[in-house]
Design a protein. Structure first.
Length: 346
């Protein structure tokens, strides 16, 4: 593929020269990067080595429900066969790290992800936590009965000992909530995530229904003693009130504008540019929410490329006045800071 016309940032330099500059622009300063780590499915790496990162993507999803999901509903070999060329393509375009956001009871498969990481050479992160969005159909029965501390104990055990006996440890927490105000089960998940963070230092990425929920999540975390920078507001683009996005960014939370795709690119680029002008570039994350091998569909259904953001979206940002350095901040520096393991107290 001729990369010169489609490089991530349309840099005048060639691809090899650009990639050589990545260690110089990572947002975790060199001295800090030597200390800060991120947990991948193949083990810890320095936060400063993440490079170009897609912070919200999927490989496999199974929407059958928490009471029916199980590994024998799909062939891991078939998922591997389907996903591998898409990941290889993204790596050729400069991708170094992919954050895989499928949670437990929705198709999380750390062994599959480790196979893909070994084959592609990408850093891949998996997660711990439960998904309470979509009216709670993916919340396991024990989560309804258990206390926040009991849920946190499960997630802490995964962080310390590995997932389901695999030894593969999560690199962040992924939970989900419906639009606010938070329901009882959603609030329980947020409290459990807060307590898990204080024990493990794992970032909390929350599929968040709207700005009302986002504000409640932040206040709940703070009551638990967790600082705003431990919270990633996932799907923040769904909140149309830009002032709410700006307010949470100003408070120190991460505002994630994902779902970047051809039909959304213009609106997403406008949002990034606007929030950058307001002084919040350092709290923004962007991604595509792509991939999605759907269990139950022939061949996994229509698997979406990871390449659009890398090939096209960065150019749209530059057309709106963002500099090359600002685009690097968005795709390299901010993810390294957001997913570096460390307890962030209020």
């Amino acid at each position: 593929m001729a990369l010169q016309a489609h490089l991530v940032y349309r840099f005048a330099m060639d691809r090899r020269a650009f990639l050589a500059t990545l260690p110089l622009v990572v947002g975790v300063r060199k001295s800090a990067a030597a200390e800060a780590t991120v947990q991948t499915v193949l083990g810890p790496v320095a936060a400063g080595d993440l490079g170009l990162t897609l912070v919200h993507e999927h490989v496999l999803v199974d929407f059958i429900g928490a009471d029916r999901v199980r590994a024998d509903r799909y062939s891991a070999d078939d998922v591997f066969r389907v996903a591998l060329p898409f990941l290889d393509e993204a790596k050729r375009l400069g991708l170094r790290t992919l954050v895989e956001c499928t949670p437990a009871y929705l198709g999380r498969d750390p062994v599959l992800l480790s196979r893909l990481a070994e084959s592609t050479g990408l850093h891949i992160l998996t997660n711990t936590g439960y998904y309470g969005a979509a009216k709670d159909r993916y919340v396991p029965a024990h989560a309804w009965r258990g206390s926040p501390d009991e849920l946190a104990a499960r997630w802490i055990a995964e962080a310390r000992d590995g997932i389901d006996g695999t030894g593969i440890r999560p690199g962040f927490q992924k939970i989900g909530v419906d639009p606010g105000p938070l329901s009882r089960i959603d609030r329980k998940l947020v409290v459990a995530a807060a307590r898990t963070h204080l024990a493990t230092g794992l970032t909390i990425a929350v599929h968040t229904g709207d700005g009302v929920a986002a504000r409640e999540i932040l206040s709940t975390l703070e009551r638990e003693g967790v600082g705003p920078s431990a919270y990633v507001w996932v799907h923040a683009q769904n909140e149309q009130n830009r002032a709410i996005q700006a307010a949470l960014a100003a408070a120190g939370a991460w505002v994630e504008l994902d779902g970047v795709a051809p039909r959304t690119a213009s609106a997403h680029a406008d949002a990034v540019a606007d929030l950058a002008r307001r002084g919040h570039l350092g709290r923004l994350l962007v991604s595509q929410d792509a991939g999605w091998y759907h269990v139950g569909e022939p061949g996994g259904g229509s698997y979406r490329h990871y390449s659009f953001l890398l090939e096209t979206f960065a150019a749209a940002l530059r057309e709106r006045g963002l500099t090359d350095a600002q685009v690097r901040t968005l795709l390299v520096e901010n993810p390294a800071r957001a997913f570096a393991i460390g307890v962030r107290r209020r």
